[in-house]
Design a protein around this ligand. Sequence first.
Ligand code: ZN
Ligand code: ZN
Length: 417
Amino acid sequence: MSAFEQLPERYETIRADQEQTYRDLHRHPELSHQETRTAGKVAQRLTAWGCRVEQHLGGTGVVGVLSNGDGPTVLMRADMDALPVYEQTGAAYASTVEATDAAGHRVPVMHACGHDVHVACLLGAVRLLAAHSQTWRGTVVALFQPAEETGDGARGMVDDGLATRIPAPDVCMGQHVLPGRSGHVATRVGPVLSAADSMRVTVYGRGGHGSMPQNTIDPVVLAAMIVVRLQTVVAREVAPIEPAVLTVGSIRAGSKSNIIPDEAVLELNIRTYTEQTRRRVRDAMVRIVHAECAASGTTREPDIEVYDSFPLTVNDAAATQRVATAFASHFGERAGDLALQTASEDFSDIPRALDAPYTYWGIGGTDPAQWDAAEQAGTVAATVPANHSPLFLPVIQPTLRTGTEALLVAAGAWLAA
Ligand code: ZN
Ligand code: ZN
């Protein structure tokens, strides 16, 4: 066994401190673009462990560069932001934090997507790499990204000159804690996360008295026709073997039963796995909205605004095989295949901008006994809290250890001396 392969065995030396860091992060979640406390803690630690530290990239982004002689450069990324969710886990270290969101509303804040796990694991991996530099050669770039949940944090760092502030990576990697047996890791070659586009559609009718519809153009009926007709996009325009989702998650119009309002606002979300399907679904959506407006006889064109756009995540074949082989050798039966995820990520904006191959994997966060019981009963979907749920709470161990080892093992496939 090489010295690097023994590195994960050193985990016990950082476990207590890492668990404490994790609980602290969980108790102090910060909304997208507001991750100042988290970024400060990260920067302070990276500096203490001998990294060259770049701060305030794209707002609160932090990068630590650990140089250790000639060799490949590996970029590892963790996202730092939390969500406007009221935590209901009942954990001793549960969040009671409130913050003001971008729209000026007071909202509860919770690490409901597990980004606190990602930060703790990446810090742990850097600490072990820094303490045992004789086991590897090359450069580690530890990137802590803001605002994953709003889809613009990675782009913000790129636009702030990321490429000129770090050495060019040979590979970029990222991970996410997911529902699944804690202690397990899983990855896949090719598409892994969907592209996602959120859109706000405003249609304009002509308001009036509910008793005199003949004098109006009813935007409620118009919006209803759009919702129904949009259901045909995936069913009739996308090939049956091609996954795609189009959901109308919000529809708002009117204030009173006997008033026909002037306008209606629909919010839609599209998930696709190829750029071709993405274009097809978006084009169909635009066509249907305009056609239904014409059918209603509206005199003002609809407004269609795209926001929260996430890129497609497609794992590089060679880099992912290399990581999968390393996972299989280290984790044995605890390494498996990741199912295609309908969730989305902006991680790939970073390697795309740096022109580097990338690979992304999942780690389980569910208590193994709970997972096994749910799987046997066929109740996983109903009983295992998933990311963004107010009940989502990864078990601390072996989740932190597994996420830390996964980073070390994957990076070691390039860096091991
Ligand atoms: Zn999330
Ligand atoms: Zn997430």
